[in-house]
Design a protein around this ligand. Structure first.
Ligand SMILES: NC(=O)C1=CN([C@@H]2O[C@H](COP(=O)(O)OP(=O)(O)OC[C@H]3O[C@@H](n4cnc5c(N)ncnc54)[C@H](OP(=O)(O)O)[C@@H]3O)[C@@H](O)[C@H]2O)[C@@H](O)CC1
Ligand SMILES: [K+]
Length: 542
């Protein structure tokens, strides 16, 4: 399974290689530049033959050093290469200065970026993992000027290769730190950001050793577009297990295909889903979904049907007596029980076979939901709290936190997260979604699944995983009413048999949710998600 490194972890891996004598910094830089060219040519085989023109923009640090290697390697292939440097290249230090010295062609300033014929390739080697301040506006202006050389000309547009990351991307957070203004910047901040992101986006990003968190979080996937990882001979870290929660301080990328090698054919998340020989319905868990009142039962029905589809042995909806008739008309395999109030829930939970709970979808915001949540948490079953079960505690989140236990999973979207953790939602420039979710999980004492295109799953013990619906796994049609209710049902259905840690159940659910949406495709509505699960399971070889 893939690990997402922080910038500090990457630096430590590099430092260790140099300390142990495995490689010098110069060797690593040469491998990085050579690897970037090789990956680029693999990506665009039409560039292998012929003499193309490249513009290489080199920055003031080691990312610029990689750029000088790329320039030399392309020139060695017979390409026409223009190198433009940000700042005075004579002030480069260390390995970057040595690579600059090995580049025998001219080096111009960024202000010349607009002059010259249309290039086939723009190489962005301005800033990599070391950018700690806002990107200088002249970097954006230069990128635009090179792109504009192709404007109005026939033929293919200029392709953009980003070295390590598109310049400006914070490799820990996935956000872009833009300069406040610039001579030719749009006045309006949003327009400025939109226009800058468009200019900075790459067609291909080549990073080294391992992907970084920022490649997968927030604006990262949109900026990188396609991501390739090149081996530069650093010691690989031990692959995290896909079925155990990841180790503290390490962030794993949730993905089924990447587990194939780890499990000799027994694909994750298949092994969480396959019933054992001789299993009966009670061994596969009993999920209770607490429903809202009359006319508000759809969300609970979606969660319930999904819990059943994903493998829970039994599923019951508990609803206010007035809503029994409407629910009865819509349910078959899902059972139905009246649930007038918190006392009735307490009575129902005296059945120890109820092993999984979902509260929140369509529940309504207020005291009744708060009381129900209190009773549910006191029963200490695998519990998923979503939507109204979270918002009901917006005024006093600490009341909720005091009752949570390690068997719980909270599934907020960004808005719900901000209601429960307002301070953590206001992130400073160095704090990522992963950091925020980890801090929230530690405070809550429960697993937090922070929903988004970049979903983060974090546990109170400091374990984190990221699932990203991008890079060939995008599922834009998942943004549809009821999709979140389905996710709650998935987690509860996976938790109910009691065999999976809440963190692992949440990770598997995040993956299956997107997989189901992708299997169905455009036109998806929430009802389709549980119905397509059998096809997803067949694809997993179950
Ligand atoms: N780690 C590894 O294993 C390997 C790393 N490799 C490569 O090294 C890259 C990391 O290199 P890096 O650390 O030198 O940082 P980088 O991204 O070039 O930028 C920092 C420079 O920019 C400057 N600067 C910052 N902000 C600025 C601003 N607003 N305006 C102007 N200047 C600004 C900053 O100056 P300072 O803050 O020190 O004053 C510093 O000089 C990495 O992404 C990869 O490509 C590979 O060679 C292979 C192995
Ligand atoms: K770059």
């Amino acid at each position: 399974m893939t690990e997402l490194l922080s910038v500090a972890q990457m630096r430590a891996a590099e430092a260790e290689a140099m300390r142990s004598g495995a490689a010098t910094g110069l060797q690593l830089m040469e491998r990085a530049g050579r690897g970037a060219v090789a990956a680029m040519l693999e990506e665009w085989p039409d560039l292998v033959a012929g003499r193309w023109r490249a513009v290489v923009l080199c920055g003031p640090g080691n990312n610029g050093g990689d750029g000088y290697v790329v320039a030399r390697r392309l020139a060695d292939r017979g390409w026409a290469v223009e190198v433009l440097a940000l700042g005075d290249p004579a002030r480069l230090g260390g390995d970057a200065a040595k690579m600059r010295a090995l580049w025998t062609g001219p080096v111009a300033g960024l202000d010349e970026a607009g002059a010259g014929p249309r290039p086939g390739l723009l190489v962005d080697a301005l800033f990599g993992t070391g950018l700690t301040r806002p990107l200088p506006w002249e970097a954006i202006t230069a990128m635009r000027a090179v792109r504009d050389r192709a404007a109005g000309q026939p033929g293919e547009r200029c392709r953009v290769l980003a070295i390590d990351c598109p310049s400006g991307l914070n490799c820990d957070t996935g956000r872009v730190d833009l300069p406040p203004s610039g001579d030719d910047a749009p006045e309006d901040a949003e327009a400025r950001s939109h226009s800058a992101i468009g200019i900075l986006s790459a067609d291909l990003t080549v990073t080294f050793h391992a992907p970084k968190r920022g490649h997968y979080l927030e604006a990262g996937p949109g900026l990188c577009q396609r991501l390739r990882v090149v081996d530069i001979g650093l010691e690989p870290s031990e692959a995290p297990s896909p079925v155990e929660p990841p180790a503290s301080g390490r962030v794993r990328l949730v993905g089924a295909r990447s587990c194939a090698a780890d499990l000799s054919g027994d694909l994750w998340p298949g092994q969480l889903l396959r019933p054992g020989a001789g299993d009966h319905k009670y061994r596969r868990g009993h999920v209770l979904v607490v429903s809202g009142g009359v006319g508000r039962g759809g969300a609970a029905r979606l969660a319930a049907r999904t819990a059943l589809r994903i493998g829970a042995g039994l599923v019951t909806i508990g609803c206010p007596p007035a809503a029994l008739q409407e629910n009865a008309a819509r349910l078959d395999a899902v059972m139905l029980r009246p649930l007038r109030d918190a006392a009735a829930l307490e009575a129902l939970l005296s059945d120890p076979r109820i092993s999984g709970l979902v509260l929140g979808p369509g529940a309504g915001v207020g005291a009744r939901t708060r009381e129900m949540v209190g009773v549910a948490l006191a029963a200490r079953r695998g519990t998923v709290l979503d939507a109204d079960a979270l918002t009901s505690f917006a005024e006093a989140p600490e009341e909720l936190f005091a009752q949570l236990h390690p068997g719980c999973v909270l599934t907020p979207h960004d808005g719900e997260f901000a209601r429960l953790f307002p301070d953590l939602a206001r992130r400073d420039r160095q704090t990522s979604r992963v950091d925020a979710a980890l801090a929230a999980a530690a405070r809550a004492g429960a697993v937090v699944l922070l929903k988004g295109v970049d979903t983060v799953i974090a546990s109170p013990e400091g374990r984190a995983a990221v699932h990203v619906a991008a890079y060939g796994r995008s599922a834009p049609w998942l943004g549809t009413a009821g999709a979140g209710d389905v996710l709650s049902g998935m987690i509860a259905g996976l938790l109910a048999p009691g065999a999976s840690a809440p963190q692992v159940a949440a990770e598997a659910a995040a993956w299956l949710h997107v997989e189901a949406a992708r299997r169905f495709g455009p036109g998806l509505i929430a009802e389709d998600l549980p119905e397509i699960l059998p096809a997803v399971f067949r694809d997993l070889g179950l």
